[in-house]
Design a protein around this ligand. Structure first.
Ligand SMILES: [Fe+2]
Ligand SMILES: [Fe+2]
Ligand SMILES: [Fe+2]
Length: 442
């Protein structure tokens, strides 16, 4: 039996005729933006490297498919560093150019649409003299190496237009060894064009990137978006062993709750997407805070609370994801208005957001954490009913969950176990093939 609810719920306009569509570029861009939130020293690093790579690719005359791949790879190139090193800040890797490149490549290869992109990330620090002739298809990753060199060495407190020509001259000293001489020339040519600097570090950078990655088959339906959001979930969960696999638990719980509250299949996929994305803003919160054992000061607590605002900010740049964005960024709001970040209350909170709220609390209290076991049925029911009775969580959604507890809890457990297996496989691949030790999340 499907439960009826008075709040706006099933039957979202675009799911009726199944025209939910999102551009792959917008998702890559959102992921790049969230990676950029981790490093405070190199603001906008992934977006800028994407921008430089696009300019080089354009002047060099790559095909549209190669350009799309190299720009996507540039926009995500240090994703491995974010998962290997939680405290990563400067994104300067003199000592480790190989580990984070391989880790990034392994993470990205989990997305069907980005197989070539993952290879380009693997080679993004490989010197030109090693790369040339090895595999023609991946030679273009040297464009990322060059773009990265320029951005890492561009000081944020001085105008880029004064620094980039000097940096290009510096690159020329490494021509043929570190960098392909033709790519350096292409960058020099791009640099000589007048409108260049107006675009760097601005909203126009994104426009430029969007244009240079235009590719016919890159519109994704709900299933395609779900596949891609696996990347987001990996980055969030792998950063902190305290949240490992949490996103997947929320994704599954909310989609099953959605089913029992009358949402159709496409909408259930949207709940999975929202679950995987709900804590993406945590990338902007230092892991030392997320993992702090002692009591948090009030300023530390508000720093953690800001993750909901960051989630909204990141997802706002993705046209088509508006409903998911609202569900995801309202997961800490409460029906009585005592939640955050906005303190909205009652009917201002849609049924979808109410489902995410219940799924988030349920997953948090039932999953095992390194410092405690998850709660059993009796304790879980008690906590959820208290929150329902005190008008924090939606009491109807709470009752649906309790009524279906065995089914939902079983699916949550299986989903989280699978996510943990994926993480262990990722760790094993890194260790067995490359001797890289990633974080222990057991
Ligand atoms: Fe790198
Ligand atoms: Fe980088
Ligand atoms: Fe959260």
């Amino acid at each position: 039996m499907v439960f009826q609810h008075e709040c706006q719920g099933p039957g979202l306009a675009y799911t009726e005729d199944n025209n939910f569509k999102v551009r792959l570029f917008d998702l890559v861009n959102a992921l790049a933006r969230s990676l950029d939130m981790v490093s405070h020293t190199l603001a906008g690093h992934h977006t800028n490297v994407g921008f430089f790579a696009a300019r080089i690719a354009e002047c060099y005359g790559l095909s549209s498919f190669e350009r799309r791949n190299v720009v996507f790879a540039a926009m995500l190139h240090d994703i491995g560093a974010v998962s290997l090193y939680p405290a990563v800040d400067s994104l300067l890797f003199e000592d480790d150019t190989i580990k984070h490149s391989i880790a990034g490549s392994v993470i990205i290869s989990s997305s069907k649409k980005l197989q070539d992109v993952s290879k380009l990330v693997e080679y993004h620090h490989t010197p030109w003299e090693e790369l040339r002739g090895e595999n023609k298809r991946y030679e273009i990753s040297n464009i990322i190496n060059l773009a990265d060199f320029i951005d890492v060495n561009t000081r944020r407190d001085r105008p880029a237009r004064l620094q980039v020509p000097l940096l290009i001259e510096l690159c020329r000293k490494h021509s043929g060894r570190l960098f392909n001489p033709d790519y350096i020339e292409a960058l020099r040519e791009a640099e000589s064009k007048r409108d260049y600097y107006h675009r760097l570090y601005s909203e126009r950078t994104e426009k430029k990137l969007r244009l240079s990655t235009q590719f016919e088959s890159d519109m994704l339906d709900a299933e395609g978006v779900l596949d891609f959001t696996g990347l987001f979930a990996k980055v969030i969960d792998f950063r902190s062993r305290f949240t490992a696999t949490h996103s997947q638990g929320v994704a599954i719980t909310s989609s099953v709750l959605g089913r029992w509250l009358g949402f159709n299949e496409v909408e259930q996929a949207l709940f999975q997407i929202a679950g995987r994305l709900h804590d993406i803003g945590k990338l902007a919160v230092p892991t030392t805070l997320l993992e702090k054992n002692d009591k948090l000061t009030s300023s530390e607590f508000s720093a953690i609370q800001r993750h909901a605002v960051y989630t909204e900010h990141i997802l706002s740049g993705v046209p088509g994801l508006e409903v998911i964005r609202d569900w995801a960024c309202q997961h800490h709001e409460r029906i009585d208005g005592t939640g955050y970040p906005k303190g909205i209350a009652g009917k201002e909170i849609s049924l979808g957001s109410r489902i995410l709220q219940v799924a988030d609390v349920f997953t948090a209290i039932t999953e095992d954490r390194p410092y405690r076991r998850g709660m059993d049925f009796k304790q879980t029911t008690k906590v959820l009913r208290q929150l329902g009775d005190s008008n924090k969580l939606d009491p109807i959604v709470v009752e649906v969950l309790i009524e279906r507890y065995d089914e939902i809890n079983d699916l949550r457990c299986k989903g989280q176990t699978l996510a943990l297996e994926h993480f262990s496989n990722y760790s094993k691949v890194l260790y067995n093939k490359y001797g890289i030790v990633s974080k222990d999340i057991s």
